[in-house]
Design a protein. Structure first.
Length: 177
């Protein structure tokens, strides 16, 4: 996934001040090209589906981010044919989406909402240790996967942490301007 996320960063950087929707689409397309694995395909799908949340947006607010994470989660679920409890990335994406949606309804600012979602994601990742893998290579090991955190869930935690850090640092730079 490292190659996919590096490619996404490069693709977005090359777009400069392009609309947010275009940046999210470019990230998804770059991940799909650079990481043609199952997880790469799922992450690319998430970005591509989530990009619609930023249509006609000049800046993302918590409400749009809630739509992004819902679409991201739903796209991954549909493409991966998995559900919460299957010990997949969805076991972390679902709590992220629900956390950001709750914060959007509560009027929480974007930076705080993403920090909250990161905390929820870390807890959700820990809970994947109690589950038995139902999909992918890990499913062949069934009960032996109990006690091991889900690799896809780890990717989701890194993704939300990176997004939270980016928004926090961007807000700090703009506050200092």
């Amino acid at each position: 996934m490292a190659k996919g996320f590096v490619a996404a960063d490069k693709a977005v950087s090359e777009l400069g001040d392009a609309p947010i929707e275009a940046q999210l689409k470019a990230a998804g397309a770059a991940i799909a090209r650079a990481a043609p694995s199952t997880m790469g395909t799922l992450m690319a799908t998430g970005f591509l589906r989530g990009s619609a949340s930023a249509k006609d947006c000049d800046d993302l607010r918590t409400e749009q981010m809630a739509l992004f994470w819902r679409a991201f989660r739903d796209g991954v679920a549909q493409r991966g044919r998995a559900q919460v409890g299957d010990k997949t990335v969805l076991d972390v994406l679902d709590p992220i989406a629900m956390s950001v949606e709750a914060d959007a309804k509560a009027g929480t600012g974007l930076s705080m909402a993403l920090d909250n979602a990161h905390a929820v994601a870390v807890d959700a990742l820990e809970r994947t240790r109690d589950l038995v893998a139902q999909h992918g290579k890990a499913a062949a090991f069934q009960e032996k996967t109990r006690g091991i955190q889900d690799a896809g869930g780890t990717v989701a935690v890194i993704l939300i942490e990176t997004m939270a850090n980016f928004v926090r640092h961007t807000a700090a730079r703009h506050a200092g301007s």
